[in-house]
Structure formats: structure tokens, C-alpha cells
Design a protein around this ligand. Structure first.
Ligand code: ADP
Ligand code: MG
Length: 632
């Protein structure tokens, strides 16, 4: 039996033992075996994860033919045979070490990586939780190597006869982690996961031939070809007549592939594939961009088919944000959204599928033809100055599309304030708002002069003396009650974002946010969950200043974490207070006399003008007598 490579660890322990004997130490280094098992849990969750890693390694090794052999949905056996580069005996041994990779040498490689794998963890992880057997031979070697590893332990390595390339068998996955093995799903489910992975890899590499056997029967036999034949081979002939090609080249990204005609859209998910630089990714945000382009062409609940490849400078995407590398971050995802959306609209229009598309109303589409020009620095600069770019980067301009209905409602709300101001200045009419208040007859009604103290306090004369009002708290109270009223009516004005935002919550917080979605929708947020921790924000409260969306959500989550959230009533109250605070922070224009008066009037129309939502005092009265005393 060969020893596992833990010399360094052993050395450390020896050092610790001999030099620090007096102190009872309790910290131990995990053995490589356990460390590998833990790491394996991240990379290998089920047979399908092993399939993915092995297929990608085969592709990276330049294989032109890849075979996948399964038994019992991969629980008993996952075998991948390729005709790629093969490995030398030393490389064969090294490939199972953690962080062993031939694909990066330097941290900078991470930002330009084009191969599929790059963490050097897959084989080590697989070997930690299975019985692995590998045969491999490089083209220029006479003999190959045969390697047997079980739970990270090398059991055997010897020369053998082998065809060029590599064959890796993964047997009895999780044989040594019974808890994991126990949690594997039925064969049907696990097999489906494998087919998903197989499909993704096969779609991304139509130039490679693939075959898949399950329990001795051949399930797929895919000849090398082009994307169209690959789609047919994987998804069936029926798809062919429904494919619409997409082909857009811009200086930021290239988009190519196929989308389905609207009539081919299905009620079930699963036929949606995005690849970024040939790597399959999930992106609810991009999915949204695509579905949006079908608006009016398919039912709301339907999913269009698509297999789209996005080529982008690797420096502009970060695919390494998730251990299984299916999620991405873009340098600027709004531009991706816009381009993708426009490209799909363009394709649909070009093939006369959406004759109703009005080009004069779709500047993004017009823009596309011009973005198709050859790439030069000048063009790049021009793009960045262009309409498309700016539309998506300057939020306060064309970015926001306001729903007409909400706009009207909201304007009405403001009108109340205007009217009050007007009445004050012109007819000197009584306060239009007649909600009950602490002061049956608002003392402020006759207020003549208002002084602002450094923009943070208002002082006004009332019959009995002076009134000091804390401006921000007054605003909070007013907003709070407005929101509360809307909340109770169940119709908070919401403004639809023309380009929805994606909001990603840390996994541990995503649930909190999910639970609060209904409440958030009542205060004007239109947010839907997309994928595990991602949300798409499609609408925000009309009064929310642009650019604040993410901050508000961050804050909401922060509060949900710290407050007792079990009581729903309390949670809504808290959300309202939070929004009120956020909105108040951005209310300006108090320099104008009428604005100040309107504020005071609206404050006293509140049911609880005396306190801000957080319980702090909004105003105080300084009696004439007190003032006299003060002056001696
Ligand atoms: P990564 O793919 O991230 O480098 P892996 O653990 O998947 O890490 O593989 C480790 C290394 O083993 C690879 O970098 C590659 O050099 C080698 N390797 C793995 N599979 C194959 C294969 N099928 N053919 C040739 N080399 C392989
Ligand atoms: Mg790999």
C-alpha cells in the first residue's frame, strides 16, 4: 500500500509534539483524507457531478470521441472514455492530488481561462469518495498506466496496454460516506441529472462525438457535427423546424445559437441553455432578458426554447463565483441584458415571427446593426457614448418606464400636497386633509412664518408659542402613514423597471427575503425568485429614487435578520418604517416656504404626528411662558 502524501503534515505534527509538549494542544490538522472528503462534498454532490467533471476533462484533453458508460444511474459506475491527450504515468498519479491542474500556473490565468476545469479539484474529490480506476496513455508512449485509487489511497499503479487517451471508472460513489450515499435520489432522478449534464456538454461541443450507455443499452449516439445536428440528436427531430438562428456580433460580446419559435415554447423548463465562453451557466437574469423579448408572442407561463452561446472577453465575467461554476457575474450585466434582449428581438423579427415589432420604437434594435461594425477602439468608445450604452447606465433617464396607472395615482398623491400649498397661498382655505389629530384644530393653520434651522429643523409660531419640528422625522411619519394607507388599500404605486435588476442574496438570507416577498409586493416591490439565491426586481415603489433598489433590499434583509420576524404584522410595520426612512432621506425642496407649510400640514393630518415610526419625537412646543422665563 502506498502512503498518502501527508509528509508535510506529519512534519508539522512532529515539530509541534517535540517543541510544545508542556502545553496541552488540541488543534489537529485534518488528514488529507478527511480534507479531501470535505472538499469533495463541494464539487461532487451526486453521480451527475462526477459525469460533468469527467466529460469536461475529456474535452479539455482535446478528445474528439467521448463515451459515457453508466450503471444504476451512475451510482454503481460512471465511466468516461476519451481519445484525448492521455497522461504520463507521473501526471496520471498527480492528477488525483488536490489543487493539481495543468490548466493554470498563475493567478492571472484565472481571468483568461478558456478551458472547462481549472480548480484542479475534481479528480481529487472524486477519488476521495469512490473507488477509481484509470487507464491512460499518451500518443507517443508505448505503454499506458493503470491506476487504482480508493478513498484517496493509491492501491495500485502499474504499466498496462491501453488505447490512446484516458478511461476513468468511478465505482460505488460515496461508498465511504454512507450519509451521502443514502441521500442519493431514485435512479430515475439521478439519471435525469446525468442526462442534463451530458446534454449541456454535448451541446457546447458539437464537433465532438458522444455516446452514452446506461445499463448496457445505448441511449445517445451523437456524431460530430454542427449545433443544429447536435440539437436534433439530443432533443429530437421535432425541434429542427422550430429553430430560429441568432447571430449577433458586437464589440462587447458575440451571441450565437438558436432560439425556438414561439409555438415551440413549453410549459416546462429544461430546454433553456446559456453558455458563456462555452461553459453552461444558469442566469435567471439573462433568462429574463430572453423571455422578455418574446413578450406578447408566448403565454406568460411558457418557456421558450433556446441554446445560446455568449462569447465575451473572459476578463469581463467571473465564472468562479460558485463552486460548481454555473453562476456568473458580469462586469456590467445591464449591457448583457440589453444586448441579449435586442439580439433575440432582432432574430424573431428577421424571421418574420414578430411582424408587429415596430422598429422605430425599438432603438435597441436599430442600434444593433451599427454595433455589428468591425471592432476598433473608436467603435468601442463610440458604443460607450451611444444610446444603447447610456440608456442602461444612466438610470435616471430612459431607464425607467413608468406604468401609466401608477403614475396617475402617484401624481394624485402629490396633488394633495400641491393643493394644500395653493390653498394656503391663495384662498387661505382650511386644511383640506381632515384626519383626526392630537390637535383638534391644528394650531398651524394660521401659521405665518416658518424658519428652517440648517435644513434639519423647522420653527414656526403657533398661538401659544413656538413649535420645533424635526424635518426628517416628520417626513418619516408622513411617508409611513402614506405607505400604511396604501398598504391597507392594497394598491401601492409600483413602477416597472424597463430593465429589471438582478438581486443576489447570500444563501442564508435568501429565505428571509423569499418570506418577505409578499409584504414587499404590498409596498410596491415586484420581485420574483429566480434560481436559488437570485431574485429579479421588476418593479419598485414609485417614490423610490433610482439607484436605491439594491440598498433598500440589503437594508430590508439586514433588518429581517435582527428583528423578531415571526410576527407578520410586526414585519410589515418594519418594512414600512424602513421604506419611510429611505424615502425621507431623499425628499428635498424644503427651502420653499409652501413646501415647508405643506410638510407641516401633512404632518398634522397624520394619525400620530407626534412620533416618528421609530418612536422618536417629531416636534415639541415651547410655550410663550417658557420663552419668557428663558429670557429672564
Ligand atoms: P482540472 O480539470 O481543474 O485541472 P481535474 O482534477 O479535473 O482538475 O484534473 C486534474 C488534471 O488531470 C487536469 O488538469 C489534467 O491535466 C489531467 N486530466 C484529467 N482528466 C484528464 C483526461 N481525461 N485526459 C488527460 N488529462 C486529464
Ligand atoms: Mg477538470
Amino acid at each position: 500500500m502506498l502512503a498518502t502524501p501527508c509528509n508535510f503534515h506529519t512534519l508539522c505534527l512532529t515539530f509541534a509534539e517535540t517543541h510544545l509538549q508542556a502545553v496541552p494542544d488540541i488543534i489537529q490538522l485534518l488528514s488529507d483524507h478527511i480534507a479531501n472528503q470535505i472538499a469533495a462534498g463541494e464539487v461532487i454532490q451526486r453521480p451527475a457531478s462526477a459525469v460533468k467533471e469527467l466529460l469536461e476533462n475529456a474535452i479539455d484533453a482535446g478528445a474528439t470521441e467521448v463515451q459515457l458508460v453508466l450503471k444504476d444511474a451512475g451510482k454503481e459506475l460512471v465511466q468516461v472514455i476519451d481519445n484525448g491527450s492521455g497522461m504520463s504515468p507521473t501526471d496520471a498519479r498527480m492528477s488525483f492530488e488536490r489543487h493539481a491542474t495543468s490548466k493554470i500556473r498563475d493567478i492571472n490565468d484565472l481571468f483568461s481561462i478558456r478551458t472547462m476545469g481549472f480548480r484542479g479539484e475534481a479528480l481529487a474529490s472524486i477519488a476521495a469518495v469512490a473507488q477509481v480506476e484509470m487507464k491512460t496513455r499518451k500518443q507517443d508512449s508505448e505503454t499506458g498506466s493503470h491506476l487504482v485509487i480508493e478513498a484517496t489511497e493509491v492501491k495500485k499503479q502499474e504499466p498496462c496496454a491501453a488505447p490512446q487517451g484516458t478511461s476513468i471508472m468511478v465505482k460505488n460513489l460515496f461508498f465511504n460516506v454512507p450519509a451521502r450515499r443514502h441521500f442519493l435520489k431514485s435512479n430515475t432522478t439521478e439519471y435525469r441529472h446525468i442526462v442534463d449534464e451530458f446534454t449541456r456538454v454535448a451541446l457546447a461541443h458539437p464537433q465532438v462525438a458522444f455516446r452514452l450507455w446506461h445499463n448496457g443499452a445505448e441511449q445517445y449516439h451523437l456524431e460530430a457535427g454542427n449545433l443544429k445536428t447536435r440539437i436534433k440528436g439530443l432533443l429530437g427531430n421535432a425541434y429542427e423546424k422550430n429553430l430560429v438562428p441568432v447571430e449577433e456580433k458586437t464589440d462587447l460580446l458575440n451571441i450565437s445559437g438558436f432560439i425556438g419559435k414561439p409555438e415551440a415554447a413549453t410549459r416546462t423548463r429544461g430546454m433553456q441553455f446559456f453558455f458563456i465562453n462555452n461553459r453552461f451557466i444558469r442566469s435567471p437574469y439573462l433568462h429574463h432578458a430572453l423571455v422578455q423579448a418574446y413578450e406578447g408572442l408566448i403565454e406568460k407561463e411558457a418557456f421558450p426554447f433556446y441554446v445560446l452561446f455568449l462569447e465575451i472577453d473572459p476578463a469581463r465575467v467571473d465564472v468562479n463565483v460558485h463552486p460548481t461554476k454555473q453562476e456568473v457575474k458580469f462586469e456590467d450585466d445591464r449591457i448583457m441584458y440589453a444586448y441579449l434582449n435586442a439580439a433575440v428581438k432582432h432574430a424573431l423579427a428577421k424571421y418574420n415571427i414578430a411582424p408587429s415589432l415596430d422598429f422605430t420604437l425599438n432603438p435597441e434594435i436599430q442600434q444593433l446593426s451599427s454595433v455589428q461594425l468591425p471592432v476598433t477602439q473608436d467603435r468601442k468608445d463610440e458604443t460607450e457614448k451611444g444610446y444603447l450604452f447610456n440608456t442602461f447606465t444612466q438610470k435616471n433617464q430612459a431607464h425607467l418606464a413608468v406604468k401609466k396607472d401608477s403614475l396617475r395615482e402617484w401624481k394624485e398623491l402629490y396633488k394633495i400636497a400641491d393643493d394644500i400649498a395653493e390653498q394656503q397661498t391663495t384662498a387661505n382655505a382650511p386644511n383640506m386633509v381632515t384626519a383626526p389629530s392630537l390637535h383638534k384644530e391644528p394650531e398651524t393653520a394660521n401659521a405665518k412664518s416658518i424658519i428652517s434651522i440648517q435644513g434639519s429643523m423647522l420653527v414656526t409660531t403657533v398661538k401659544s408659542g413656538l413649535m420645533l419640528i424635526h424635518i426628517r422625522r416628520a417626513q418619516e411619519r408622513i411617508w409611513y402613514e402614506r405607505l400604511l394607507a396604501e398598504w391597507n388599500n392594497g394598491n401601492t404605486p409600483s413602477q416597472q423597471l424597463l430593465f429589471p435588476l438582478s438581486y443576489e442574496a447570500p444563501p442564508q438570507d435568501a429565505l428571509l427575503l423569499t418570506e418577505a416577498l409578499a409584504d414587499l409586493s404590498r409596498i410596491g416591490f415586484d420581485i420574483s425568485p429566480f434560481g436559488q439565491n437570485t431574485f429579479v426586481v421588476q418593479g419598485v415603489p414609485t417614490a423610490l429614487p433610482a439607484g436605491e433598489e439594491k440598498n433598500v433590499l440589503d437594508e430590508v434583509i439586514e433588518q429581517l435578520k435582527h428583528e423578531a420576524t415571526d410576527a407578520v404584522a410586526k414585519r410589515s410595520e418594519m418594512l414600512l418604517a424602513n421604506m419611510a426612512r429611505r424615502l425621507s432621506r431623499n425628499t428635498g425642496g424644503l427651502q420653499v416656504q409652501e413646501g415647508q407649510q405643506a410638510l407641516i400640514d401633512e404632518l398634522f393630518a397624520c394619525s400620530q404626528p407626534e412620533y416618528a415610526p421609530d418612536g422618536k419625537k417629531v416636534f415639541t412646543l415651547v410655550k410663550k411662558e417658557d420663552l419668557e422665563t428663558m429670557l429672564g
